[in-house]
Each structure stands twice: as structure tokens, then as C-alpha cells.
Design a protein around this ligand. Structure first.
Ligand code: CU
Length: 132
């Protein structure tokens, strides 16, 4: 006789990440549901350090872009792109985490910076220059 097993419901939820960083909670970063592939999309990889972006200045062309931020620091960081119609930022990334931001860039200059209090002032800022 076949034993009928009860289904064990395993909810695919993720526990909110606890943070040892007192100043800013981290976010759970979802996996991108779309791919960023050339020539339709340019991927821009930036490392976040305590307290700098590497590279701090980037030049790319107009169009769809995915900004990938790798947090290589010991603190929580994010990256905001601001300029023209664009004002968007990554989630707050735990140390070691990688986040992304999909944006449509026009030919102009954008400021990039970490929005966590004091980080831009300490050096987490840069410039994204977009050419036609
Ligand atoms: Cu930061």
C-alpha cells in the first residue's frame, strides 16, 4: 500500500537580512529577470569600496544600461544615478553583495553617488558620462 505523503509547503521566501551595520539596513537583492546583452544593453560594473567607487568615472554610450554594483567594502553601500530624467538607485547592499540597476541613459552627464549618510562626502561619488 502506498503511503501518501503530506506535502510540505516550503515557502520560497527570504528572511530579511539582519545587519550588523548600525547605520543602514541591507536589502535582499533579487536576481535580474532580464538579461543585459550587447548590442542592446551595456553592462557597467562598478566596485563599491569604503568609501569610493572604482572606477569613479565612467564613459558609455546612450541607451539601455545595467549598472552592476559589487560591494567590496565592509559597510553597506548603494549607488544612485542622477541626471536629467534619471533618478534611480540600487538596493542597499550588504558587504560582499552585488546589486544592479537598469536605466536608460541619454547623452549627458550623470552624477553617481552612495546615498547612505556621509558616504558621498567621504568619496563615494563619481561621474557617468554618456555619449550619443
Ligand atoms: Cu556607501
Amino acid at each position: 500500500m502506498k503511503r501518501v505523503l503530506g506535502l510540505i509547503a516550503v515557502a520560497p521566501f527570504v528572511l530579511s537580512a539582519c545587519t550588523s551595520d548600525g547605520e543602514q539596513a541591507v536589502d535582499v537583492v533579487p536576481t535580474p529577470t532580464t538579461r543585459c546583452l550587447p548590442p542592446d544593453c551595456v553592462e557597467i560594473v562598478i566596485d563599491g569600496l569604503d568609501y569610493a567607487f572604482n572606477p569613479p568615472t565612467i564613459t558609455t554610450r546612450a541607451g539601455a544600461a545595467r549598472v552592476v554594483l559589487r560591494n567590496l567594502g565592509q559597510k553597506v553601500h548603494n549607488l544612485k544615478v542622477q541626471g536629467g530624467a534619471v533618478e534611480a538607485r540600487t538596493l542597499n547592499l550588504a558587504p560582499g553583495a552585488t546589486g544592479f540597476l537598469d536605466v536608460t541613459l541619454e547623452a549627458r552627464r550623470y552624477d553617481i553617488f552612495c546615498t547612505i549618510t556621509g558616504h558621498a562626502e567621504r568619496g563615494m561619488r563619481g561621474v557617468l558620462t554618456v555619449t550619443p
